[in-house]
Write a protein that binds this ligand. Structure first.
Ligand code: AMP
Length: 208
């Protein structure tokens, strides 16, 4: 199974990718997680990516493709769910070329969510700095034994960065939808509502 989850920041790609990973035994390939890990580890790639990441801008295609491709090679270009990749037409074309060689059949699930819902979701998103667990202060609050001091807000979840990310999404990333629609690979799913409701819609769309 070859899947890519597509949608604006805060549309639930990471959460749904992790559910798909468990349900279908896939590798969850999140370029955002890979880039943040590289930044935090202080690698050469991470240092190059840092300022883009922190401001909510797209990391240059060449850097992202290098880490995404390495991860794809590692899973033999099969049984993966991409989360946050591709984000530009150039990345999509590079990915398509390799997927074609591997036998094709990429399905791109587009999570449809309005800007208002996104702003609400991201302003209250918090990450546990040790476990990486993602919480929402209202919809998915941390358990009582979690120390609030361990909960951090991603620099790019601050309102100014979120606005920039939404602009970047409209400009750079949204055109990919047309690309995959033309290829007959796009599956649109309503991304509003709670996690399990959206997961159910995705499961249904994949089985039909
Ligand atoms: P995410 O965790 O998917 O929201 O990604 C967080 C940030 O990582 C983005 O705002 C970008 O700075 C960077 N990033 C992740 N994936 C990509 C990609 N495919 N292309 C360019 N930048 C990316």
């Amino acid at each position: 199974m070859r899947l890519a989850l597509f949608g604006p920041p805060g549309s639930g790609k990471g959460t749904q990718a992790s559910i798909l990973k468990d349900r279908h035994s896939l590798e969850h390939l999140s370029t955002g997680n890979m880039l943040r890990a590289a930044r935090d580890a202080g690698t050469a790639v991470g240092l190059e990516a840092k300022r883009y990441l922190d401001q909510g801008e797209l990391v240059p295609d060449g850097i992202v493709w290098k880490i995404a491709r390495e991860a794809l090679v590692e899973c033999g270009f099969d049984d993966f769910v991409l989360d946050g990749f591709p984000r530009t037409l150039r990345q999509a074309e590079w990915l398509d070329r390799d997927i074609q060689r591997a036998g094709g059949g990429l399905k791109v699930i587009s999570l449809e969510v309005s800007d208002n819902v996104i702003l609400k979701r991201l302003s209250k998103r918090r990450i546990h700095r040790v476990t990486g667990e993602v919480y929402h202060l209202e919809n998915n609050p941390p358990p009582d034994d979690v120390d609030p001091a361990d909960l951090i807000q991603r620099a790019d979840d601050k309102p100014q960065a979120v606005r920039l990310r939404l602009e970047v999404y409209e400009r750079e990333t949204a055109p990919i939808k047309d690309h995959y629609t033309r290829l007959g690979a796009l599956i649109e799913v309503d991304g509003a509502g709670d996690v399990q409701t959206v997961a159910g819609r995705i499961a249904q769309a994949l089985s039909s």
